[in-house]
Design a protein around this ligand. Structure first.
Ligand code: ADP
Ligand code: MG
Length: 426
């Protein structure tokens, strides 16, 4: 762990002499002999590790004293930063809070993620973000990482698989201490897709100790998974309980307005010109996975360039016809209620009522879920239909149904059968 004084005094002015270094030799230049010996004893091992990660070869480290005459040397800018960011950090600079579109579905996760940057290690520790695939978890995690990195803090961002592989490598090389030193001495540890820790006892044990050490020294921990801690099967209870010590925040599928805003942002960043009717068509008809939506936009753009044709609505429909099952514009909430009530044996009037009986609540939630997915109605419109105060009740219903879908394969089948029935107007 490098503290700020040490960093400023000894590490800040190291220069990497690129033209004299080879794959197995790294030549560094420092200002005076004192610093040279200090770095040699305290840091050469770590620096060698950093290079090994990039090149797969662990180099020798040679430290030279800067001669007064020879001032001009090529500098590899990244080095100092690499030392500070540690070797496994690969942050995508495009993933920032600025490029993240905020809507009802992700507002809470976004807000707590920002708070973590303002009061690291104090307010929400750990921060646990969960949600379905392609909904922006990694984007938020890396936004936090980028803020910490810009403040020259030591950031480690890894998926749980990378953490596991790193651990295995160090065990094989008989250097578990170095592994521990690395992960227990950062300012921010971000572990993505932590659900894959499930059932892996050894790594759970290792992570448990890493967690405790960081937590006790008030270092920030941020985790993401596709489900909330209590629903991760094969996760030790002591980890489950720790994961909820700080703040758990979910990301829900984006509502239509947010999807549209995200598509617009994406087009702006990638210099892709889409008209509003095309954007609306994609947003309305594609599922909520933003990664897939982004892929679609890129595909559309590539096709239009290839054929030399403008991206009109017709062109879009043609290109995406296999991929997009068009939502019937004429599907109404009433029709959904009709199908659901028949299938679940609940009266339409009950679904529309305020009844809190479990089976009716359940049917109402399914209707809301289907209405969000099969019709272009926004959350406020659906809330209004059911006489609810505001969109939060709709959002809650969506969340509940998404949860059951994620955890119960039979329920998922029922929902897709209902969708098909409604779509085909049987
Ligand atoms: P996850 O980790 O939840 O599977 P990602 O963070 O990888 O999802 O997001 C998938 C893609 O969608 C990324 O390119 C990301 O930038 C984009 N994305 C997701 N949500 C948003 C958002 N709210 N604003 C802007 N881009 C988003
Ligand atoms: Mg991800």
């Amino acid at each position: 762990m490098v503290n700020e004084i040490e960093f400023n005094r000894y590490l800040k002015n190291i220069r990497y002499i690129e033209n004299q270094s080879k794959s197995d030799l790294v030549v560094l230049e420092v200002l005076n002999p004192f610093i040279a010996s200090w770095i040699k004893t305290k840091y050469s091992e770590k620096i060698a590790d950093l290079f090994e990660i990039e090149t797969n070869v662990k180099p020798k480290i040679e430290i030279r004293i800067k001669s007064k005459k020879k001032q001009k040397v090529k500098i590899k800018e990244g080095l100092i930063q690499d030392i500070k960011l540690t070797k496994s950090t690969i942050l995508n600079p495009a993933y920032t809070f600025n490029s993240f579109i905020v809507g009802h579905s992700n507002q809470f996760a976004y807000t707590v993620a920002k708070s973590v940057c303002e009061q690291p290690g104090k307010l929400y520790n750990p921060l646990f973000i969960y949600g379905g695939v392609g909904l922006g978890k990694t984007h938020l995690l890396q936004s936090i990482g980028n803020i910490f990195a810009s403040q020259e803090k030591v950031v480690i961002y890894v998926t749980i698989e990378q953490f596991l592989n790193d651990f295995t490598d160090h065990l094989r090389n008989k250097t578990p201490d170095r592994f521990r030193e690395k992960y227990r001495n950062c300012d921010l540890l971000v572990i993505d897709d932590i659900q894959f820790i499930s059932g892996k006892e050894k790594i759970q044990e290792e992570f448990f100790h890493t967690f405790n050490e960081l937590y006790q020294s008030k270092k920030q921990i941020v985790l993401a998974a596709d489900k909330e801690p209590r629903n991760i099967a094969g996760l030790e209870d002591r980890l489950k309980s720790r994961f909820v010590w700080g703040q758990v925040a979910d990301i829900q599928p984006p509502e239509l307005e947010t999807k549209i805003a995200i598509i617009k942002k994406k087009c702006e960043l990638d210099f892709i010109n889409l008209s509003n009717d095309v954007i609306e068509y994609i947003a309305t008809n594609m599922d909520e996975n933003i990664r897939e939506i982004e892929g679609t936009i890129i595909k559309l753009n590539a096709f239009s360039k290839m054929i030399g044709q403008q991206i009109t609505l017709e062109f879009t429909k043609e290109v995406l016809k296999e991929q997009i099952k068009e939502k019937k514009e004429n599907i109404t909430i009433d029709q959904i209620i009709e199908v659901v009530s028949k299938e679940l044996n609940v009266k339409p009037s009950e679904i529309k009522s305020k009844s809190r009986s479990q089976s009716i609540v359940n049917a109402r939630r399914i209707v809301i879920y289907l209405a969000r997915n099969l019709t272009p109605n926004s959350m406020p419109i659906i809330a209004n239909y059911f006489g609810m105060k505001d969109h939060t009740a709709v959002s809650h219903a969506m969340k509940k149904i998404n949860e059951i879908i994620n955890n119960d394969a039979n329920f998922k089948v029922i929902i897709s059968q209902l969708s098909n029935k409604i779509n085909t107007n049987e």
